[in-house]
Ligand binder design. Structure first.
Ligand code: ADP
Ligand code: MG
Length: 682
C-alpha cells in the first residue's frame, strides 16, 4: 500500500502532518471523506455577499476603481467591483502576493474569499482570483471541506486529493455492496461514489454518494451482527431449562409487594429465552430504582430450580456487596444461598466459596472480576449476569461465559439508551426494558442554579442534614489544576469554612479500593453527613438516607450522566432533591431544564442523544460506536433500518457469505474497524 508521502504534492513535512491526522497511506486519504462542502458553483450577487457568516464566497464583477499601496513589505490592494446587483470591494493584503499593478478598470474578475461586511459594503478578502474574458461565464465548483489541523489546512488536503484523484480512485477495491443491492437502491458504483464525495458536481450527487457509504458501513455492521446471531442460533449448545408453571406465582408469593407489570413482562421474556437450547443474549435496561435486582433474582431462581448455577459479575466491590445483600433475602425463601467472590475477601472465606461453587452445592456466585480468576470453577454454570456491562471489556465478558459451557447471558444496565439506538448498537442483543417504576415513589425535585447562589445551596444542605439526612456533593476534578471545581479543595473549604460543624467525607478515583470501600461504608452507616465525590459514586450504590445531590459544574456532564448521578438519591422514604450548579456566565439553563422538567431516564436519554449525537453518547462511547467511519446512528437511523433488513436477507440466503456477489462484503467485514462497534453484543 503506497504511503501518503508518495503522492504528488506531499513532501516529507506534510507527510508528517497527514499522519498526525491518521492518514498514513493513499488508501487512508481516499477514505478521508469531506464532512461538508462549500457550494461555490455560482457567484454570490454583491447584495447577498457576507450573509453566510464567515464562509468563503465567490463573486464576479467588473473593476471600477483600483487602489494600491506598499507598506513595510506588505502589498495592499483594494478594488471596487461592480456586478448587476451593486458593488463590493476585493482586498489583498500580505507579502509576496504579486498583485500590485495587475488590475485595471474594466477588467472582469472572479474572486473568492471570506467576506466581511463594512460600511463601504461587503469586502472579499481574496484567497483566489481569476481574470475572466468578456463573455466568459463563471463555472465554480463544490469545494470539499475536510477535517483539518492547524498546520494542515482543508485547502491543502483538497489540493492533494484533487491532484491525485485518479491514483486514489484506482485504490477503491472491491465493492462491498452486492451489485443486486446497489442496483436496487440506485446507488453509484464504488468508484463513482468516491469521486462524487471528493469532487462532486452538485450537492445532490455528494449527498447520494455519502448515503451509499453510510449504507455500506451499516450493512457491514448489521451483517456482522446477523452472522453472529446465526452462529449462536445454529450452535444450539445451551442448556434448555424448564419453567415450572407455578414459578412466577411462587416468586410473587414470596415478595412483600406486587411485581410491576414491566417486571412480570421481562421476567417472562428472559425465562422464555432460557427454555431454548440457543444461548440467551439479552440486555435488560431499566432506570435506577426500576427493580432490576428482582428480575436478576428471577433468572437465578429458574436456574436453581433446574439444578444449574448462575454468576453475577459487577464492576466494583461495593456493588457486588450490595447485589449480594439485595439478592439474598429475595432468594432465601427458596433455599438459595448467595456466595460472594471478591478481591479483598479473606483467603478462608474465598476458599470455602470456591469449594461450594466447584461442587455445585452453591447455586449462585456474586462477585467482581475476581470471578474471572483461574481458581474459580463452576460445576454447572448456565447463566452469566453482567451488571453495568459497558464497564467490562469484550474479553472479560467472554471469560465469564467460558466458565460455563454455553451459558445464557443477561446483560444489565441502568443507562437508558433509546430503543432505536440500542437495537443498532447492540445489534446482536435482544432487548428487555423495564419502563415502569414501582409505585409510590416521590419524584426527585431538581433545580438548576448559578454558582453565585452556592452559599444558599450549602444552607439548604445544612438544613437537610439538620433533619437527619445525608448529602452528596459531586464535582468534576480531583485536583485544583483547572478552572473546574476540585473535590479535594471543596472538601477542605467545606470542612474549614462553610460547614465546619458537619462531618465531611471525600471519595475519588485516586483512592485505592480499600479506602473507597471505607469511605462508602462510613457514608452508608451514617457516619458522614456530606460526601464530596467525583463521578465514582455514579454506579449503583444505595444509601437510602441520602436525600440531596448537589452537582457542581453541571455543565461538564451529559444529561444522561446527570440523571444517573441524580439516581443516587430518592431511594428512601424522604423527599429528595437534586441541585445542578453551573457557572454564572454559561447559558446552560435550557439544557439543564430538561432535567428539572423530567425524571424519565428514557426521555432524557433521547434528548441527550439529540443534543450530542450518537458518537458521544454516554455508554456507547466505549462501545466502539464512536468508531463508525462515516455513519451516525442517530442522524442516519433510517438508513440503518434499511441496511439491517438487507443484512437479514443476505445472511438468510447465504449464511457464510460464500456467493461471489458477497466477496466484497466478506472482505469489508474482515477489515472494517466499525464492526468493532459490535463488541457490546458479544
Ligand atoms: P435497580 O437495580 O433497577 O436500580 P433495585 O432492584 O435496586 O433497582 O430496586 C430498587 C428498590 O425498589 C428496591 O428497594 C426494591 O426492593 C424495590 N422494588 C423492586 N421491585 C418492586 C416492586 N415491584 N414494588 C415495590 N418495590 C419494588
Ligand atoms: Mg441495581
Amino acid at each position: 500500500m503506497s504511503a501518503i508521502g508518495e503522492l504528488a504534492g506531499v513532501g516529507p513535512k506534510s507527510a508528517v502532518l497527514f499522519r498526525e491526522l491518521g492518514i498514513a497511506t493513499a488508501r487512508d486519504l481516499l477514505d478521508y471523506l469531506p464532512f461538508r462542502y462549500d457550494d461555490l458553483r455560482f457567484p454570490t450577487p454583491s447584495s447577498r455577499l457576507g450573509s453566510t457568516g464567515g464562509a468563503e464566497e465567490n463573486a464576479v464583477g467588473v473593476v471600477e476603481h483600483v487602489k494600491e499601496r506598499r507598506a513595510r513589505g506588505l502589498e495592499i490592494v483594494e478594488l471596487r467591483l461592480r456586478d448587476d446587483d451593486g458593488s463590493f470591494v476585493a482586498k489583498w493584503i500580505g507579502r509576496n502576493r504579486y498583485v500590485v499593478g495587475r488590475f485595471r478598470a474594466g477588467m472582469r474578475l472572479f474572486v473568492r474569499g471570506r467576506v466581511e461586511r463594512s460600511l463601504a459594503g461587503p469586502v472579499v478578502n481574496v484567497a483566489h482570483y481569476a481574470q475572466l474574458g468578456e463573455d466568459e461565464t463563471y463555472h465554480g465548483e463544490m469545494v470539499p471541506i475536510y477535517r483539518a489541523s492547524k498546520d494542515l489546512t482543508t485547502r491543502k488536503i483538497a489540493a492533494v486529493v484533487e491532484k491525485n484523484l485518479p491514483t486514489l480512485l484506482a485504490l477503491a477495491g472491491e465493492d462491498p455492496l452486492p451489485s443486486s443491492v446497489r442496483e436496487r437502491k440506485g446507488y453509484p458504483t464504488l468508484r463513482d461514489a468516491y469521486r462524487a464525495v471528493h469532487a462532486p458536481r452538485t450537492p445532490e450527487e455528494a449527498q447520494r454518494a455519502r448515503e451509499r457509504f453510510v449504507f455500506g458501513e451499516f450493512l457491514g455492521l448489521a451483517t456482522a451482527a446477523q452472522l453472529r446471531r446465526a452462529e449462536r442460533e445454529r450452535a444450539h449448545d445451551a442448556r434448555a431449562l424448564v419453567v415450572p408453571p407455578t414459578l412466577l406465582d411462587e416468586l410473587q408469593a414470596a415478595l412483600p409487594y406486587p411485581l410491576t407489570g414491566a417486571q412480570r413482562r421481562v421476567i417472562e421474556e428472559i425465562w422464555r429465552d432460557m427454555t431454548r437450547a440457543v444461548p440467551m443474549n439479552r440486555l435488560l435496561q431499566g432506570d435506577v430504582g426500576s427493580g432490576k435486582t428482582l428480575v436478576a433474582a428471577a433468572a437465578v431462581l429458574l436456574c436453581a430450580r433446574n439444578g444449574v448455577q448462575s454468576a453475577l459479575m459487577t464492576p466494583t466491590e461495593i456493588l457486588a456487596a450490595q447485589h449480594a445483600s439485595k439478592l439474598a433475602p429475595l432468594l432465601m425463601p427458596f433455599g438459595i444461598a448467595v456466595e460472594a467472590v471478591f478481591g479483598s475477601q479473606s483467603a478462608r472465606s474465598r476458599a470455602s466459596a470456591l469449594d461450594r461453587l466447584a461442587s455445585g452445592e452453591a447455586a449462585v456466585a456474586v462477585g467482581t472480576h475476581a470471578l474471572l480468576t483461574e481458581g474459580v470453577e463452576f460445576a454447572r454454570l448456565s447463566l452469566a449476569i453482567i451488571d453495568e456491562q459497558h464497564r467490562f471489556g469484550v474479553e472479560q465478558r467472554a471469560r465469564l461465559r467460558a466458565k460455563g459451557g454455553a451459558p445464557h447471558t443477561l446483560h444489565m444496565t441502568a443507562t437508558p439508551i433509546p430503543r432505536t439506538l440500542a437495537q443498532s448498537v447492540y445489534a446482536d442483543l435482544d432487548l428487555s426494558v423495564i419502563d415502569e417504576l414501582p409505585p409510590g415513589r416521590t419524584p426527585i425535585e431538581t433545580f438548576a442554579v448559578r454558582t453565585s447562589r452556592l452559599p444558599r445551596v450549602y444552607e439548604f444542605v445544612r438544613e437537610n442534614v439538620a433533619l437527619g439526612h445525608q448529602v452528596y456533593v459531586v464535582a468534576p476534578a480531583i485536583d485544583e489544576d483547572s478552572d473546574l471545581t476540585s473535590v479535594v479543595a471543596e472538601a477542605e473549604r467545606l470542612k474549614n469554612e462553610v460547614l465546619p460543624d458537619l462531618r465531611i467525607g471525600l471519595l475519588h478515583g485516586r483512592l485505592n479500593a480499600r479506602e473507597k470501600d471505607d469511605v462508602m461504608g462510613r457514608f452508608a452507616r451514617g457516619e458522614i453527613d456530606v460526601l464530596l465525590a467525583t463521578t465514582v459514586v455514579e454506579v449503583g450504590v444505595d444509601v437510602p438516607n441520602a436525600s440531596v445531590m448537589v452537582i457542581l459544574d453541571a455543565q461538564r456532564y451529559g444529561l444522561a450522566q446527570l440523571h444517573q448521578l441524580r439516581g443516587r438519591v430518592g431511594r428512601g422514604a424522604a423527599k429528595s432533591f437534586c441541585v445542578l450548579v453551573y457557572p454564572d456566565d454559561k447559558g446552560e439553563t435550557e439544557r439543564l431544564n430538561i432535567l428539572t422538567d423530567s425524571t424519565d431516564g428514557f426521555r432524557i436519554a433521547e434528548e441527550d442523544l439529540r443534543i450530542r449525537g450518537a458518537g458521544e453518547f454516554a455508554g456507547t462511547a466505549q462501545s466502539g460506536a464512536a468508531e463508525l467511519w462515516i455513519a451516525d446512528l442517530v442522524r442516519d437511523i433510517d438508513v440503518y433500518r434499511e441496511a439491517k433488513a438487507e443484512a437479514e436477507r443476505i445472511v438468510a440466503a447465504d449464511p457464510e457469505l460464500r456467493a461471489p456477489e458477497h466477496a466484497g462484503l466478506r472482505e469489508m467485514l474482515a477489515r472494517a474497524p466499525s464492526t468493532r462497534a459490535l463488541v457490546l453484543s458479544s
